[in-house]
Write a protein that binds this ligand. Structure first.
Ligand code: SF4
Ligand code: SF4
Ligand code: SF4
Ligand code: FES
Length: 958
């Protein structure tokens, strides 16, 4: 993809754009300019190409008016108003330059400079400092006050944050950092402490950044016009010399970043102002945690071994690929065509994922392909397809700024989708109301300047009962959008749904014993959702990862349709996707029953289209899902697996079961950056490339296809897509792509919703939301606008069926799981960055009551046992969880969080029930048996890896 090379200093208009239907025309420096009412004079001037000097203003923040550098003259007005805080008015005549203004600005700059270290030549910001720029702009040549008066030059630096430093001696107290933390990030970690000359920026209660509430999003660093807050990489490496715009490879928000480069070295990642998903904001992961790409643990050469007890041998790419292909063909000859399969990853690009499913269907000749979305959002795909007709969310992230009521269900956006959370918090601070449905008191329930109107703190596993109770209130209190439903929804299914939810046994009162939530709260929340204006639902894995995950998704869609909340700005059904490309991996045909574009393999017309393009016969029956692959492996019929970018041993439930299944297989090919948990069971290791090393696209939770651009050559010599191509060719099925662009062209040719997607259009438009085709050449920000994709919206029944995982005498507590901000998924990337300073281990949250009953104290080691297994975690005692519920994260392999989760799963999709596991806790003094075994196995595998250099090449042939 041709990377746009944005100028280093993207244009800064000084104050945010204003939206108004009223336009005003004024005259600035002799030229007329027309702007929306409310636009500042500074911005009006900037839009016509005139920059007014500024320091405290930047267009990502509301104006503050403190530096007095942006003064202008206005005919008929006394004095010299600040152009950043003065709105444009019709007929105004403004001058931005005059001898008097020049003199005033020089005076302001003199004061700043007299209290500033004049070490520009050795300062990390040299060449990228607005103070330096402004000194030049106002023509400052001398400082009359001298440098020996009172100053802050000796103030101590705060180096506590691993990624940026704070040097108060360079602070000009412009307040941009404070406003960025408040307005952009919504954390309110910074204040200006002291008064007058003594005033300085302070994190928390005069704490270090690391000890404060700061979540290291970097917004203050980006906003700082001087070197006061600065990335440590810039201090060490110096200023970048070119930049490339690409997309974050962590979560489903899909933030656009400017990779600032020095040659082929990344100097920093800066959130891109024109990024349509993130609007110039970021979180600690995308902004700072990219060092894993050059971590010493990365495996750079292909490796093979016959048995997992053998040392690895480094071999050439050709040898590794030929060995893998030979093994796959041998296994098919020995055990049958269906004895092998592949797993795609939501961390990989669309193009890579498409190629893996094509390899499985065309070169392997089976449909045994599945994706890690199986274990997260497969119920979303199923549930939304059934009800609305398309397996995707309905809105843009921007749409939340039009919502009046927001429901967050089974999601923790401040940890999992932080940039979206910041936008949501901004809307909530503007007055939108919030309903949180979650067993845990997530941060949004009560955080700075935000308080949820309702927190329905339900018992884990009762989502369907809760959604039905909410529907009961809406149906029985005449809160249904009757006209909308009559016009847009299927009448018979609606009538059946209305009758069902209206039954007395589905009232909040009748279900209170099940959900554990006071009926009055449920009624209040239902009324607010149905009558509070534009109402949007955002949900996450706390909805999908249940035995009734698909039913819950359908219950959410039912609520949205019944209240008329689909098809316009500010409303909708919005799944928050965990990994960067969950949406894309599903779109690309990774599921065993679907070809790209969610078309069933049993459909002969679809098959014929792909068969014609690929020149093969495609099997008409769905292949094995991931859990079925494990079952078949244990039964002896599934023997080989190609696993790209996915760590199934750590991320799938019931670890011991998964490990046994893998250990029973004869050829596991893992393509990844590191020797992850799955690779310890592998026979072929194909080194993967990071997102910095390849071209392609990711599709985020908004259906937004964004470009991933190569900023450095693949460090292993081959990009991931090239490896799949080579494997396919070695298997005898030719693939002849020379660039991922050609793969996207094929996807577009074969997939109606992608028909209009090209790399050229992505370069020109920045990103595209599918469907993008003849009907919507520029993409589709909001879905189901005039009608549902399936025609009439279909209401689906939502009978609550309690999960088998319920509290018993033996296992009286319910364990639920989630993520934290600084770590990502299995942690393979973030554990290899300084992010471990925030979270170095998975902790078990226990309510004080449950802890006291068991004699568990803060920091104690606790044995957690379920019917699947046992592990040991360190306890933290907190009222974030309710009595009877415990909670942990799953970012560290040695924690074994998935040793205890069971293989119970969603009835429709087999998505595992990660969110409910019945457990018991006991204080213990040593790791569990599983952990001791893991430690031994890990040590052996690390040793076998270390021995790889000393093993002579060619042993495999003997
Ligand atoms: S890094 Fe983010 S959270 Fe921390 S102080 Fe700066 S803006 Fe606030
Ligand atoms: S730290 Fe930077 S942004 Fe904050 S007040 Fe000081 S100079 Fe301004
Ligand atoms: S992890 Fe998510 S929110 Fe954070 S920068 Fe990356 S895409 Fe944005
Ligand atoms: S830029 Fe207007 S007062 Fe600082």
């Amino acid at each position: 993809m041709n990377a746009p090379h944005p100028p280093f200093h993207e244009q800064d208009h000084g104050t945010p754009a204003r939206a108004s239907d009223t336009l005003v025309t004024l005259n600035i420096d002799g030229r007329d300019v027309t702007v929306p009412a409310g636009t500042s004079l500074m911005r009006a001037a900037s839009e016509m190409g005139t920059s007014v000097p500024k320091l405290c203003a930047t267009d990502s923040l509301e104006p503050f008016g403190s530096c007095r550098l942006c003064l202008v003259e206005i005919d008929g007005r006394r004095g010299y108003p600040a152009s950043c805080t003065t709105p444009a008015e019709a007929g105004m005549v403004v001058r931005t330059q005059s001898p008097k203004l020049q003199e005033l600005r020089k005076g302001v700059m003199e004061l700043y400079i007299s209290d500033h270290p004049l070490d520009c030549l050795t300062c990390g910001a040299n060449g990228d400092c607005e103070l330096q720029d402004m000194a030049g702009v106002v023509g400052l040549r001398e400082v009359r006050y001298g440098m020996d008066g009172a100053n802050h030059l000796a103030a101590a630096k705060d180096e506590s944050n691993p990624y940026f430093s704070y040097d108060p001696s360079k602070c000009i107290v412009c307040n941009r950092c404070v406003r960025a933390c408040e307005e952009t990030q919504g954390t309110f970690a910074l204040t200006i402490s002291g008064r007058g000359f003594e005033s300085r920026v302070s994190a928390g209660q005069d704490q270090s950044f690391m000890d404060s509430e700061c979540v290291s999003c970097g917004a203050c660093v980006q906003a700082c016009p001087t070197a006061t807050l600065q990335e440590k990489t810039i201090v060490h490496l110096g200023q970048p010399e070119h930049s490339v715009v690409t997309t974050c490879a962590y979560c489903g928000v899909g933030c656009a970043f400017k990779a600032d480069m020095k040659g082929s070295e990344v100097v920093r990642m800066v959130p891109y102002k024109d990024g349509q998903a993130n609007r110039g904001h970021s979180c600690v992961k995308g902004r700072f945690a990219w060092g894993y790409a050059t971590h010493a643990d990365r495996i750079m050469k292909p490796m093979i071994r016959r048995r997992i007890t053998d040392p690895w041998q480094e071999v050439s790419w050709e040898e590794a690929i030929n060995y893998a292909a030979g093994e796959f063909r041998r296994l098919q000859a020995d055990y049958g065509r269906d004895a092998i399969g592949g797993i795609t990853s939501s961390r990989c690009t669309n193009e890579e994922t498409y190629l893996v499913q094509k390899l499985v269907r065309a070169a392997f000749g089976t449909n045994n392909v599945d994706t890690c979305a199986r274990v997260c959002h497969s119920p979303t795909g199923y549930g939304l397809k059934q009800t609305l007709g398309e397996s995707a969310g309905t809105q843009t992230f921007d749409s939340v700024m039009h919502a009046d009521v927001v429901v967050v269900m089974g999601a923790n956006p401040t940890a999992g989708h932080p940039v979206f959370a910041s936008r949501l918090k901004k809307r909530l601070r503007q007055g939108a109301r919030l309903i949180v449905i979650d067993p845990r008191r997530i941060e949004l329930v009560d955080s700075p300047h935000i308080k949820a109107a309702f927190h329905l703190q339900l018992r884990p596993g009762t989502n369907v009962a809760m959604l039905t109770a909410l529907a009961h209130v809406i149906a029985t209190e005449n809160l249904i959008a009757e006209d909308y439903v009559a016009q847009r929804c299927d009448a018979a299914s609606f009538a059946a749904w209305r009758e069902f939810v209206s039954r007395p046994e589905n009232s909040p009162e009748a279900l209170a014993d099940v959900t554990g939530v006071d009926a009055a709260l449920v009624r209040g929340a239902a009324r607010l959702y149905a009558t509070g204006g534009n109402a949007a639902i955002y949900y996450g894995l706390g909805v999908t990862e249940h035995s009734q995950g698909s039913t819950s998704v359908m219950g959410i869609a039912n609520l949205a349709m019944a209240t008329g909340n689909v098809g316009r700005e500010g409303v909708g059904v919005n799944p928050l996707r965990g990994q960067n490309n969950v949406q894309g991996s599903c779109d690309m045909g990774s599921f065993p029953h679907e070809l790209p574009g969610y078309r069933h393999v049993s459909d002969a017309t679809t098959r014929a289209q792909f068969e014609a393009a690929w020149g093969v016969t495609i099997q008409p029956e769905p292949g094995l899902r991931i859990p079925n692959m494990f079952e078949a492996a244990l039964a002896g019929s599934f023997k080989g697996l190609y696993c790209q970018g996915e760590d199934i041993v750590q991320s799938d439930p019931n670890t011991q079961h998964v490990a046994e299944a893998l250990a029973s297989m004869e050829c596991i090919v893992v393509q990844d950056l590191f020797l992850n948990e799955t690779a310890k069971y592998a026979h072929v290791f194909l080194p993967g490339s990071s997102f910095l090393e390849k071209d392609g696209t990711f599709t985020n939770a908004e259906r937004r296809i964004s470009p991933v651009r190569k900023v450095m050559a693949p460090r292993t010599g081959m990009a991931d897509w090239e490896v799949t191509v080579a494997l396919s060719n070695a298997l005898g099925y030719p693939m002849n792509y020379t660039h991922p662009r050609e793969i996207m062209d094929e996807i577009a040719r074969l997939t109606p919703t992608f028909r209009g997607v090209t790399y050229e259009k992505l370069d020109a438009m920045g990103s595209l939301q599918w469907p993008c085709n003849e009907d919507a050449p520029s993409g589709t920000p909001i879905m189901h606008v005039d009608a549902f994709v399936r025609g009439k919206g279909k209401f689906m029944p939502t009978r609550y069926i309690p999960t088998d995982e319920r509290a018993t005498r033996k296992f009286p507590l319910l364990l639920t799981t989630g993520r934290i901000l600084s770590q990502y998924n299995v942690g393979a990337q973030t554990r290899r960055t300084p992010n471990v300073m925030w979270h170095a281990e998975d902790l078990l949250e226990v309510h004080p009551h449950d802890a006291e009953e068991r004699g568990i104290k803060e920091g104690d080691w606790v044995g957690v046992s379920s019917r699947a297994g046992e592990t040991v975690l360190r306890a933290t005692i907190t009222e974030r969880v309710q009595p009877g519920v415990v909670y942990t994260t799953f970012h560290f392999p040695e924690s074994g969080a998935n040793v205890i989760t069971t293989d119970s799963s969603d009835w429709a999709t087999n998505c595992p029930e990660y969110k409910v596991t019945a457990v018991q806790l006991t204080p213990v003094a040593q790791p569990s048996d599983w952990q001791r075994n893991w430690t031994r196995f890990h040590a052996v595998q690390e040793k076998l890896l270390r021995q790889r250099e000393t093993t002579p090449v060619g042993v495999m042939g003997k």
